[in-house]
Ligand binder design. Sequence first.
Ligand code: ADP
Length: 452
Amino acid sequence: MNKKFSLYSKFFVTAQTIVILLMGAGLSWYFGYIVYENEKSALINRVYNIATTLDSDTISGLRGDPTDLSNPNYVYLKKKLVDLRNVNTDARFLYVLGYRPAVEKLFFYADSESPDSVDTYSPPGELYNQTTKLEIDNFLRGIAFAENPYSDDWGRWVSASAPIISSETGLPIAMVGIDIDASKLIKDIVLVSLFPFIIAIILAILFFVFHKMRMREKLNELNNVKLEFSSFMSHEIRGFVTKVKGGLRALEHEDFGILTPDQSSYVKDMIVQSDEFAELVEEFLDVGHLEQDIEMSLLMENYNILDILKRVVADIADTLHRKEISIIYEGNIPDKVYCPCDNNKMGRVFSNILLNAAKYSPEKSSIRIGYVDANTSHTIYIKDSGIGIPDSQKESMFKKFFRANNARDIHTSGTGLGLYFSKLIVEKHRGRIWYESVEGNGTTFYISLPKQ
Ligand code: ADP
C-alpha cells in the first residue's frame, strides 16, 4: 500500500509537538539570557557609578595594612562605604580592593562591615584568598565586570566590580566591589523564561487535543463508510440468498417436477449451506455495526425473558427439526420472568447459544432449558450433550473470532463471533454469561440478568 505523508500521522504530530516544545525551551533560554545580561550590565553600571564617587587620592594615601586603621583617609573611606551600603539596600557589602603583585592576590583597603562582625569584616591589608585570575586581569586592565551568581553560607550572591583610576598616573589603583543578593535576579530570570515555555506547553496540549479530535472525526468518517458498505453488502447478499433459497425451496417442493431421492437430498443440503452462508457473511459484515449498536444504546423495557427465549426456540424450529433435536424445559419454570432488557438483543444472545447447542450436538439429542431464581438476578441455563469444550481452549471462548479445535473439526463453517457478541450484550445489560463444559460430554451456558 502506498503510504502517503499525512499531516495527522503519529510521527508528524509527535515531531510537531517536539518542535513546539523545543522552540519554547529555546525562547525560554533566550529570554532568560537577555534578562541575565541586562541585569548584569545594570549592576556593572551601578558599581561603575559608585567607583566615580570614590576619590583616588584618598586611596593613594593608604598603605594597605593594619596601620591604616588610624589613617584619616581610611576612616573617611570606611564611612563612605558604610553610607553607600545604607543607600544600596540590596547590597550584602561593599569593599575596596588593591592588588599585591608579590603574592598575586587582591587585598582589602576597606569594607562596609563593622569590625564587630567577625564573619564578614576584613581589616585593612587582609588578603582576599579567593582571588581569581580573571579578577586580577580585570583589575590590571581597569575593566568593570560582573561575576556569575554563586552560593556561600550566607546565601546566593552576584558580585560586580569597577576600577578606581589614579588621578596622577591614569592607571587603576584599586577596585570597588559590591555583592548583591542574587535571589531577585534568579526570580526575574525564572519568571521571564518560564513564560514562553508555559505558552509552548499550552500550545502543545491544544495541538494534541486538536489532533485527537481530528483523528476521532476521521475514524468516525471511516467507520461510517465501513458501516454503509457493510449495510449495502449484507442487503445485496441477503437479497441474493433469498432468491437462491426461493429457487431451491421450489425445487424441494417439486414445483418444477419430481426429484429423485439423490436430487432431493442434494437440494436439502444446498438449502442448509445457503442458510449457513448467509448467516456467516452477515455476521462478518455486521461486526462493526453491531459493536457500535451495542455500545451506543439498548432499548430497555420490562420483558418476560422466557417469552423471548420461546420466540427464539420457535424461530429456529427448522434447524432443530433437521437434526431431530428436542427442547426440554426442566424444573419448575415460572410463566413470567420479567426483567429490564432489550428484546432484540437478548433474542440474539439466546439464538446464538441455542444454535450453538444444536450445531455442536449430535442428531436426535436434546437441549435442556432451565431457570434459577437467584436473589437479585434471573439465571437461564441452556444445556446440551454435544462435543463440549476442550480445557485448553476454555480461556478464549468469548474472544472475537475464536473457534475451538474440536468445533472446527466437525463444523467447518462458523465465525467465532456469536459468543463474543453474546458477552458484549449481556454485560451491557449489567449481566453475566458463563459456561460449564466437559469435552465430549456437553456444555451448559448460563445467562444471568439483574432483576432491576
Ligand atoms: P461459531 O459457533 O460461529 O464458531 P461462536 O462465537 O458462537 O462462533 O462460538 C465460538 C466457539 O465456541 C465455537 O467455535 C465453539 O468452539 C465453541 N462453542 C460454543 N458453543 C458451544 C457448545 N454449545 N458446545 C461446544 N462448543 C461450543
